[in-house]
Design a binder for this molecule. Structure first.
Ligand SMILES: NC(=O)c1ccc[n+]([C@@H]2O[C@H](COP(=O)([O-])OP(=O)(O)OC[C@H]3O[C@@H](n4cnc5c(N)ncnc54)[C@H](O)[C@@H]3O)[C@@H](O)[C@H]2O)c1
Length: 443
């Protein structure tokens, strides 16, 4: 939305950075690392975005999109306002350092949930019929020229059960667990679940008839299938080895445990003892030294999220998140900044966003700087998370159509003690960003 106000940057004596010959006026420059799905990149419309992939030079990148690239501080020029990871984990990004630099880091929770859920359902079917053994057997027979002769005779060796009417316990009812519970009910299963931190969004996705219980042991007791879908958290109170001797002792003798969350959640010794003692099964997409070739396990490569759709969904979500931040200042799904969403910018306003250290007095100093120029705040939001605070305010531009007032106020705000960076969002891509780098004003 244009306001008629031009806030062009590049005032002669102000310091600037980046390679201006590398910059397309009026466009946000996006730098990608790794091969990011073209479906996701298509979200960046060419009229407003200049997407640089691979080795393309991107000295003025305004945002970075990546998958597993191990990001170094040198990869992040001063022009970068935001970083998004296509995926859930962000341990390839130096997040604490990015926080110090005032850069939000985003991820894409739940984008791969459908892919993982489908593999959990597949695992449940693999665990109910001797499908893998049957495939291997037919290959053996085929290599001896006996497949046609024995295809009927040998089927008795590979009988199984149906999952309809059986009980599934789901441990962790987040993105993956909630979808698994819902679809399992659709397949005619009885579903029970345990999640002490169940979110409202996930609760709304759960099947109506599912039973919520208040401990892992109650969930697994009497279950035919168990799906674990919780994060791995190291240390005291964490989830390392949470499926240990005590929990396993409540398993039914034929229970099938499906672990598509993390290998470390399951205590291998306890699981091996369980598998040795009966017909229970363990199915996972994580390696396991003790269990991988046990007759009652099926171990797959780490395939949970490996679908084209999951990659497209993660890249699309990452691109939308970046766009929403660059174009509107909105923060959603950040791992280091607070969720912040101010209503749409009204006509006849410009939007100021301010990233500052979460220290007393900063907000008052920012609003003072605005009012000292005679400007009126129409709407405002201020949120903090740990050491960082983020403000978004819309300022009335009626009676203020001169550039200078806005540039002056931006400089004033940016130089407030504790402020790291500011932006003026007024409808022109790629401009309006200023930083306070150790007491010096950079635009
Ligand atoms: N196999 C794969 O390729 C693959 C892909 C994606 C995710 N994952 C794994 O799956 C896990 C779940 O993913 P998600 O997207 O559903 O995550 P999520 O954050 O949406 O949900 C996790 C849920 O687990 C609950 N939880 C945490 N600790 C618990 C505990 N001790 N007992 C019961 N519930 C607990 C949380 O409250 C939350 O609701 C991830 O942490 C990740 O490790 C694996």
């Amino acid at each position: 939305m244009s306001t008629g106000v031009e806030v062009e940057h590049g005032r002669g004596d102000w310091q600037t950075y980046g390679d201006l010959s590398n910059y397309q006026q009026g466009k946000y420059q996006i730098k990608t690392f790794n091969k990011v799905s073209p479906v996701g990149l298509a979200r960046f419309h060419a009229d407003q975005y200049d997407v640089r992939t691979g080795e393309d030079e991107a000295a003025n990148a305004h945002a970075i999109l990546l998958r597993s690239h191990k990001l170094q501080e040198d990869d992040v020029p001063n022009t970068v306002r935001a970083i998004a990871r296509c995926g859930a984990g962000t341990n390839n990004i130096p997040v604490p350092r990015m926080t110090e630099l005032g850069i939000p880091v985003f991820n894409t929770p739940g984008a791969n949930a459908n892919a993982v859920k489908e593999l959990v359902l597949c695992a449940m079917l693999l665990g109910s019929r001797k499908i893998v053994d049957g495939i291997n057997h037919m290959k053996d027979l085929g290599s001896q020229g006996l497949a046609r002769e024995r295809v009927e005779k040998d089927k008795a060796m590979f009988g199984g059960q149906e999952i309809k009417g059986k009980t599934l316990a789901v441990i962790g009812l987040g993105h993956i667990g909630a979808m698994t519970a819902r679809d399992a009910e659709g397949l005619g299963m009885n579903v029970k679940g345990y999640d002490p931190g169940l979110s409202v969004q996930s609760a709304m996705k759960l099947p109506r008839d599912m039973q919520l219980v208040d401990s892992i042991t109650t969930a697994v007791s009497g279950a035919d299938y168990i799906s674990i879908n919780i994060p791995y958290v190291k240390g005291e109170g964490g989830t390392h080895g949470i499926i240990g001797k005590d929990v396993v002792s409540h398993f039914s003798p034929n229970a099938v445990l499906m672990n598509f969350a993390r290998g470390e959640l399951v205590d291998s010794d306890a699981m091996k003892e369980f598998l040795d003692s009966g017909d229970g099964k363990y199915i996972s997409d994580f390696p396991e030294d003790l269990l991988w070739d046990h007759k009652n396990t099926i171990i797959l490569p780490h395939l949970g999220a490996s679908t084209e759709e999951a990659e497209d969904a993660a890249a699309s979500m990452a691109a939308d998140t970046i766009r929403n931040y660059l174009e509107n200042g909105t923060i959603k799904n950040s791992v280091n900044f607070p969720d912040t969403n101010l209503e749409d910018r009204p006509k006849e306003t410009v939007r100021f966003t301010v990233v500052n250290k979460n220290v007393p007095g900063a907000l008052a100093a920012i609003t003072d700087a605005i009012s000292s120029e005679g400007l009126n705040i129409v709407q405002q939001i201020n949120h903090s998370r740990g050491d960082i605070a983020y403000n978004v305010c819309d300022i009335d531009t009626t009676k203020h159509d001169g550039v200078v007032e806005f540039k002056n106020v931006q400089e004033k705000i940016t130089m407030v003690e504790g402020v790291i960076s500011t932006r003026i969002i007024y409808g022109k891509a790629g401009t309006g960003y200023a930083k306070n780098i150790e007491g010096e004003y950079f635009i």
